[in-house]
Design a protein around this ligand. Sequence first.
Ligand code: AVI
Length: 326
Amino acid sequence: MSYVMKPHLRVIRPHEEESQSEFYRDMLTALQAPVRTISPKYFYDAEGSALFDAICELPEYYPTRTEFGILRTSAGEIAERIGPNAEIVEFGAGSLRKVRVLLDALDRPRRFLPIDISGEHLQAAATRLQQDYAGLKVEPVVADYTQALQLPEPLPGTGLRVGFFPGSTIGNFNPDEALRFLRMAARVLRGGALLLGADLVKDPSLLHAAYSDAQGVTAAFNLNLLARANRELGTDFALEAFSHAAFYNAPMRRIEMHLMSLKRQEVRMCKNTFTFEEGETLHTENSHKFTIEGLRALAAQAGFEPGPVWTDPNRKFSLHWLTAPN
Ligand code: AVI
């Protein structure tokens, strides 16, 4: 029988305790505003994370499958660039499935630092990974990587420090947030590199299918935000009176997801009552799509030196090597 130690969980800031009040504040601000918008980070409670995992398996949702394909095809070339004894830092480490493709190709990776705001989810995924990679030091870090981030010093004898930010999560930031994130990444990875996954601009019909799937999983994912608010904030959103709406905003090069009120209705939160007119929405997510040149320019603006880019044969998705100078 083998015994695998649970990886030590490093908590940079105790965000989990704060997050409910932050959710409360942000929902109240959204409901009070003339145009209602809330951060997509609130999708990811336990139910939302499970629904997102289901989205990744949908036939219409091409990004996950396509990025896996690019990773598998390019892993050898990427591993050569990374070299031996590397330290991999994953930003927003969900189920930690993609990084396995990278780790499998690497020469004796030294340490893996997955960073996520949700400690429980992270600990479970890190424990599973540690069980499968006994020679790797897995050190999960509970932190909000959209804020200023401090990472532990590299272990003695470490090769390159390489950040991994797959899934086109960068597309869920607005342009200012994306630049801020990339600047932070260039700082914590200086002397190393960032491997960044970015979804590409394409035929809007493919995008519409990916974000309004036939089985309604994305709709359930979107509506779970209201269910979560009812569970955690004491709101009384009538879920059946809202519908999922997703469309491609071509000038902004982004899919927008909204929750649209199907009738004039009132929603209570604490002692306040808010009116939704028929057709009025709560804007829940932007998913920006990039051109390869646009993404390279953004990375250069943040201080990276853009390197090779790997794509799939249909150029749906891109994986960028971005060097972080010293
Ligand atoms: C996590 N993120 C990159 C996904 C996306 O495609 O923007 C979230 C998502 N929203 C709807 N489907 C998937």
